[in-house]
Design a protein around this ligand. Sequence first.
Ligand SMILES: [Zn+2]
Length: 238
Amino acid sequence: MTDAAVPDDLLARIRRFHEHTFPGVQEQFQTLITEGQHPTILFIGCSDSRLVPYMLTGMGPGELFLVRNVGAFVPPYDGSAGFHGTSAAIEFAVLNLKVSRIIVCGHSHCGGIRALYEEVHPQAKNLSAWLELGREAVLPVQVTEEALRRTEQRAVVLQLERLMGYPMVRTQVEAGLMTLHGWHYVIEDGEIHVFDVNSGQFIPASVASHSGHGPYVEHLSEPMFNEIDSAYNTHSTP
Ligand SMILES: [Zn+2]
């Protein structure tokens, strides 16, 4: 039973949205219903409450097709029926919504990545299986904050590579119609570090010349590679 003396903060918050926030954006949502949603970005992010995709991209309703899970992991494409919410979202975003960008966004102090180095609760069978999607990123070193940051970044690249295993993603990327973006969000700095495939490094957005290259470029034909290369004005490989 709810104690009537305890104010229901959650109820107050959803009422506040309906009464005060929604009137200001009602027209925008009505348009998104009339014209449908046409997001151009699939954002695959960690479920961490400190990672706030709309805030850090400055985007709003209708602009991000969002899927989140522990670790921002991408399951392998195996073509068989299964209950993989993230895989279903990828297929829907690419085949139905025809997004042109896929962002995989990990972050600093990720509990999912840290869990790769720790014992998982014995009842967490699904979590335990899920974490295997990041296993290859684990480093054979003592767990330090530095090692965790590196593992978080390695995990992002691993997911980008796995994305290329989805035929509808690979086709679009190879045709030059889609780009993959690997991001590592550093919570304490409020800055995204973008993966640069040419240097193999994550570069702070403040000094980066593009918003993130996945390992897809190796799959592109040379002319397309050059085109994308110049379009993004990437760092040249030394
Ligand atoms: Zn996380």
